[in-house]
Design a protein around this ligand. Structure first.
Ligand code: AQP
Length: 336
């Protein structure tokens, strides 16, 4: 039996948004009181798409600041950046040799991110899920809080763990991880298109609520959020095929930690402007204090650097021990 251990990561690829918060970070905060948690800024994942080096440095600090501002306790959790712990990349290479090319070709995120120009995408983007598996398995993590978009990558991590355990005859060496996906809203959708996920890389800033948006901007974005012409329904069944309506209702339920049925009881039959006013209020109440704290923390760079250095030390202790065992199993040796 493996000890319960949580691992998850967020890419420093720009403004964190409500999708990252409700899909992942809010869950990180809830879990910190129950389990040993390791939270990582996955900067090596970020470079699978071209990044401006100066912006990347700032984004790493901003992601850490967002973790802390959202309520992650820096003493209780291990918080660090991926590039500081070389064992992630070392295990990723071994996993590259365990995972099959066919498995990579099935990953929908690669297809979405590479788009039509697949031949021109980086090799890193293709093998991104192997690095993600290494991030998790190097700590022998048992549970991974993520948004629903990452479910397929976690299924792959399970397949990789099983194949490694089987190939090297070391039953149960790697745990078979369980995803922890929020029930109320597993995928926050774009405010402009209810069929697309809210994303940092969407060209329209009006498609998302950023953690650093102020009250006026949040009000405007919610006011302009796409809806349909019918009134709000009273039952979940009537939400079928009403993607934008379902999205706003789910965001309201998630941010207020209530059930969708409760939202429909409150707003069923009413028009969207009533819901939008209340939704804006709830987002402003929860997100604006986080954004303000992020801006404050960004002025304290040495404090953030210190947290990253301490976190990297703690993470390295676990990762280096596990890597030693993995090298031994595979038949590799570091001569020092
Ligand atoms: N829209 C979303 N709804 C729910 N969860 C989401 N997550 C991301 N978008 C949504 C979850 O946030 C965590 C960190 O994600 P990430 O930033 O590492 O990568 P991503 O999923 O690629 O995020 P973006 O915003 O879509 O970034 P870009 O545009 O750069 O690709 C993950 O747990 C993810 O599930």
């Amino acid at each position: 039996m493996h000890k319960k251990r949580i691992f998850s990561g967020v890419q420093p690829t720009g403004n964190l948004h409500l999708g990252n918060y409700l899909g992942a970070i809010k869950n990180f905060v809830d879990l910190q009181n129950k389990f040993e948690c390791i939270y990582c800024v996955v900067d090596l994942h970020a470079i699978t798409n071209r990044q401006n080096p100066e912006e990347l440095k700032t984004n790493i600090l901003e992601t850490i600041a967002s973790f802390i501002a959202s309520g992650l306790d820096v003493e209780k959790n291990i918080i660090f950046n991926q590039a500081s712990v070389a064992a992630h990349s070392e295990l990723a290479w071994i996993i590259n040799c365990v995972a099959r090319i066919g498995w990579m070709n099935r990953m929908t995120q690669f297809k979405e991110k590479a788009g039509l120009n697949k031949e021109n995408a980086s090799v890193g983007l293709l093998v991104y899920p192997n690095l993600m598996a290494a991030d998790i398995l190097i700590y022998k993590a048992t549970h991974v809080p993520v948004g629903e978009d990452q479910k397929q990558h976690l299924e792959l991590t399970r397949d990789i763990a099983k194949k490694f355990n089987n190939d090297f005859n070391c039953e149960s060496f790697f745990p078979i991880v369980e995803p922890l996906i929020p029930k109320k809203i597993s995928r926050v959708m774009s405010l402009r298109d209810g069929k697309k996920k809210m994303s940092k890389s969407d060209k329209s800033d009006y498609s998302r609520i950023n953690l650093k948006d102020d009250k006026d901007l949040i009000d405007q974005k919610i006011k302009k959020a796409k809806t349909d012409t019918a009134p709000i329904p009273s039952t979940v069944i009537e939400l079928k095929n009403r993607h934008e309506a379902a999205n706003l209702i789910s965001i309201y339920a998630s941010i207020n930690s209530i059930d969708i049925d409760q939202v429909l009881n409150e707003f069923g039959g009413k028009n969207f402007s009533t819901l939008k006013n209340k939704l804006s209020e709830s987002i402003v109440e929860q997100i604006c204090p986080i954004g303000k704290e992020v801006k404050k923390l960004l002025k304290e760079q040495s404090y953030l650097n210190d947290i990253l250095a301490k976190g990297a030390k703690k993470a390295s202790l676990i990762a280096t021990d596990n890597l030693k065992e993995i090298y031994e199993i595979v038949g590799l040796k570091k001569f020092t």
